[in-house]
Unconditional design. Sequence first.
Length: 146
Amino acid sequence: MALKAQDIASRGNNICDSFTVDFSDTSSGLLFHFVEEGFTPNGMVIPERRWYFGDPNSDSANFSMALEPDHLFTAPGSYNVCIAADGKLPGEPGGNNVFCYDSTCRTVVVLASGIGNQMEVPGNSFYPNPSRGIIFWQGNVNEWRK
């Protein structure tokens, strides 16, 4: 059974103490996928969440309100990624709602990907660069034997 705002208020409990927001991520080079995690008490909804990726060079892409956003970081490095969320426990019609807020920030390390210039050989090419795990080579094998 879902808790109601009036029940919480009458018992003196603070449901917001158990409302937490967190996140996990997966990455491929500079591209990261973020997933919201945490604990939402029974009956509470999250009408709004805000992501901040700590990457000011990405301009307007530095922020998102998506449930599971992707972000392409502008360069390798360490970034302070944050999520903030508002929780809402609806009250009875004509009653009061309970609103909660939580946020979490964590350092995300973005590593360079790709083979860079150290593998350049005239007449040869490697693609895609950066790669998501498979690299194709096109060129003349005799150039490697010199």
